[in-house]
Design a protein around this ligand. Structure first.
Ligand SMILES: [Zn+2]
Length: 308
């Protein structure tokens, strides 16, 4: 039985995993991908790691970048310093004819959750990852949606507020600018509320997304206002995506998704104001993703099942 290998390619390291027939990770390697070594050197190290796992039958990559439609060339992976890089061709020098599949990392994580996590048993799954940015993926009837021209699914850069806050992508008012952990940190940093300033100072002085939820749990009214606004923006984004894509379930991943009822209860309640047809068909469940960092590895190893 040949091995299926999933690779979750991050800025600091690549996480490699052998995924068995039950979609479980049964062997792992971590390969450093620090900046300062060339693309070719990194690929050589990755190939060595992959081949060390045994008799490999396929390799899937989740990469932190958009991909050039039709070619799978990495357009720009900021964390790795890679621009217009052809992973497949470079890997083939080491792996020969072992098939290699490539997808965006948020897409890979969605595929992992679809096969083995909170999306298991559904055919159409929407996932949003609420971290430094807002990423996401969409499985439609068992296939990974990458757009008619293959340019990818970028829910974080859907505009939710005209003339809104500038986004890292150059547009204004993107969902990411309001629903990421970075947006929470920005709002905490900008707050003039003495009670919130004091709370942040007491907790080390450096705001984090988790701090917002901790402050709300302690009854901090200014933190509650920030959370209310955050949930409202997220609800607008999810409501619009649900209206257009009609997934059977919505999964939330990333650090913020672990916030529990403080997040999910108001979010679900706001769906009635944000989903077209809610009175008739309601809204799919919105639940936390369950695989954490393993989603990207498992999803990458299953890419050949979902890429059209
Ligand atoms: Zn944007």
């Amino acid at each position: 039985m040949k091995l299926r290998v999933g690779v979750d390619l991050g800025g600091m390291s690549a996480k490699l995993g052998v995924v068995n027939e039950e979609n479980e990770i049964v062997d792992r390697r971590i390969i450093p991908t620090e900046k300062g070594i060339t693309f070719e050197e990194t690929i050589a190290k990755l190939a060595e790691g992959i081949l060390s796992l045994g008799d490999v039958g396929m390799v899937g990559f989740g990469v932190p970048s958009s991909l050039m439609p039709g070619t799978d060339i990495v357009i720009y992976a900021n964390n790795l310093g890679w621009k217009n890089k052809d992973i497949k061709t470079e890997l083939a020098k080491h792996l020969g004819d072992i098939p290699v599949y490539i997808a965006n990392d948020a897409d890979s994580a969605t595929v992992g959750e679809y096969f083995q996590g909170a999306g298991r048993g559904y055919q159409s799954v929407l996932m949003l990852t609420l971290g430094t940015g807002v990423g996401g993926g969409f499985i439609y009837n068992g296939h990974l949606y990458r757009g008619g021209n293959g340019c990818g699914f970028e829910p974080g850069h859907m505009t939710i507020r005209m003339d809104g806050v500038p986004c890292t992508c150059g547009k204004k008012g993107c969902l990411e600018s309001y629903a990421s952990a970075s947006a929470i940190i920005r709002e905490l940093s900008n707050s003039e509320a003495p009670s919130l300033k004091a709370f942040i100072a007491e907790n080390g002085g450096k705001p984090t997304a988790r701090m917002l939820f901790d402050a709300v749990r302690q009854g901090n009214a200014a933190a509650q206002d920030i959370l209310d606004e955050y949930v409202k923006c997220l609800a607008v984004g999810i409501g619009s995506l649900v209206t257009i894509l009609r997934p059977q379930i919505v999964l939330l991943g990333g650090g913020v998704s672990a916030a529990g009822d403080l997040l999910y209860r108001p979010l679900r309640a706001l769906m009635k104001d944000n989903v077209f047809g809610y009175d008739v068909i309601g809204c799919p469940e919105i639940v936390p993703a369950t695989l954490g960092n393993d989603a990207g590895i498992i999803g990458a190893a299953m890419l050949d099942h979902v890429l059209i």
